[in-house]
Design a protein around this ligand. Structure first.
Ligand SMILES: Nc1nc2c(ncn2[C@@H]2O[C@H](COP(=O)(O)OP(=O)(O)O)[C@@H](O)[C@H]2O)c(=O)[nH]1
Ligand SMILES: [Mg+2]
Ligand SMILES: [Zn+2]
Length: 295
C-alpha cells in the first residue's frame, strides 16, 4: 500500500508535473482517474500523488478547483496584484475596474499596487485610495526601482498564490524581479503575444516566494464579462452591493430610477464619482450588447 501525498502543481511540461509538498519538489506523471474525466492538471492545482519505488511520482487525483484562469491556464489563484504606474503610462482605471470585476466573479482577492512612486509625488496614490478604499480594496504605493513598499507586496503574497496584471510598461516584470530575482524577467520587454510567437510552448510557472507563490507570466486573458446581465453588475461593486437592497425597485440599475439607495452614496463619499461614472459606462456597454443580441 502506497502512501498518498498531498501537494500543489508548480509547473507542467509535457506530461511531467512539478509538485510542491512540504517544502520539497517531486516530478510526477499523470495516471489518476481524472484523466478519464477529461481533466488536465494545470499549475495551481491541488493534487494527491504517490511515490513509486523508483522515486518517481504519480498524480492520482486533482482537487476541485476554486477558480480557473485561461491563457495562461492556472487554477486556485488567491490574489491578483493589479499594477498601475504613478507616472507613466497614464492609468487606465476602466481596465482596473474590469480586472476587479473579474476578481469578484472568480473569488480572487485583488490588491491595487501603485508602482513608480519614486517618480511622482503621491498624487495618483491618493486618488486610488479615494476611488478604491470605499470598496474595501487594499491599495499599496511602491517602487520596484528603489524597493520602497516592496515588503508590503511580499507580505501580501505570503500564504497565497498570486498573479500580476495591468497595462504594459507599468512595471509588472520589474516588480516580479524585485521579489524573485532568479526570475530575471525581461524589463521593457515585448508583449506576451510577440513572445508567444517566438516560443511556441509557453507554460505558466508558479514560483515559490515568501511562503506563497507568484505566476511568472504577468497578466492573463480577461474572461468574458460582456456576458454579464446589466442588472447584476452593481452586485460586483462591494461599495454598491451593500445598499442595493434598499432601492425602491428590485430591478434598479442605479442610474435614473427614483428612490435609489446607491446614488446618494456619491454625495456622502461612500462611492467615488469617477468609479460610479465608469460603472455607468460599463452598464451602457452591457445594455448595448443585449440590444444587439435580441435585435
Ligand atoms: N522610475 C521607475 N521606473 C520603473 C519602475 N518599475 C519599472 N520601471 C520602468 O518601467 C518600464 C517598464 O517596466 P516593465 O517591468 O517592463 O513593465 P511591464 O510591461 O509591466 O512588465 C521599464 O523601463 C522599467 O525600468 C519604478 O518603480 N520606478
Ligand atoms: Mg513585462
Ligand atoms: Zn438603485
Amino acid at each position: 500500500m502506497q502512501t498518498m501525498h498531498h501537494g500543489w502543481i508548480r509547473k507542467g511540461i509535457g506530461s511531467f508535473y512539478t509538485v510542491v509538498s512540504d517544502g520539497a519538489e517531486y516530478v510526477c506523471k499523470a495516471r489518476g482517474r481524472f484523466r478519464n474525466e477529461g481533466l488536465t492538471p494545470v499549475p495551481g492545482d491541488g493534487v494527491e500523488f504517490e511515490l513509486g519505488e523508483d522515486g518517481g511520482g504519480y498524480l492520482l487525483a486533482i482537487e476541485p478547483r476554486r477558480n480557473l484562469l485561461i491563457r495562461p491556464a492556472v487554477a486556485n489563484l488567491d490574489k491578483l496584484m493589479i499594477v498601475l504606474a504613478a507616472s507613466r503610462p497614464v492609468p487606465d482605471l476602466l481596465l482596473v475596474d474590469k480586472l476587479l470585476l473579474q476578481c469578484e466573479t472568480l473569488g480572487i482577492l485583488p490588491v491595487i499596487v501603485c508602482n513608480k512612486c519614486d517618480e511622482q509625488d503621491a498624487l495618483l496614490y491618493a486618488d486610488l485610495l479615494a476611488q478604491y478604499r470605499p470598496a474595501g480594496y487594499a491599495v499599496l504605493g511602491v517602487s520596484a526601482k528603489t524597493g520602497e513598499g516592496i515588503e508590503r507586496v511580499r507580505a501580501q503574497i505570503a500564504g497565497s498564490k498570486c498573479c500580476f496584471a495591468g497595462q504594459s510598461a507599468v512595471g509588472k516584470s520589474s516588480l516580479l524581479n524585485a521579489l524573485v530575482p532568479e526570475l530575471a524577467l525581461q524589463v521593457g520587454g515585448l508583449s506576451r503575444k510577440t513572445e508567444r510567437g517566438r516560443h511556441t510552448t509557453r507554460h505558466a510557472e508558479l514560483y515559490p516566494v515568501c511562503g506563497g507563490a507568484v505566476l511568472d507570466t504577468p497578466g492573463f486573458s480577461l474572461l468574458d464579462i460582456q456576458a454579464m446581465e446589466p442588472n447584476t453588475l452593481a452586485g460586483y461593486y462591494p461599495e454598491m452591493r451593500r445598499h442595493t437592497a434598499q432601492c425602491r425597485f428590485a430591478a434598479c440599475l442605479h442610474v435614473s430610477e427614483p428612490e435609489c439607495a446607491v446614488k446618494p452614496l456619491i454625495t456622502s463619499g461612500a462611492l467615488h464619482p469617477q468609479r460610479y461614472a465608469r460603472y455607468v459606462e460599463l452598464l451602457t456597454e452591457l445594455k448595448e450588447i443585449r440590444r444587439h443580441k435580441y435585435d
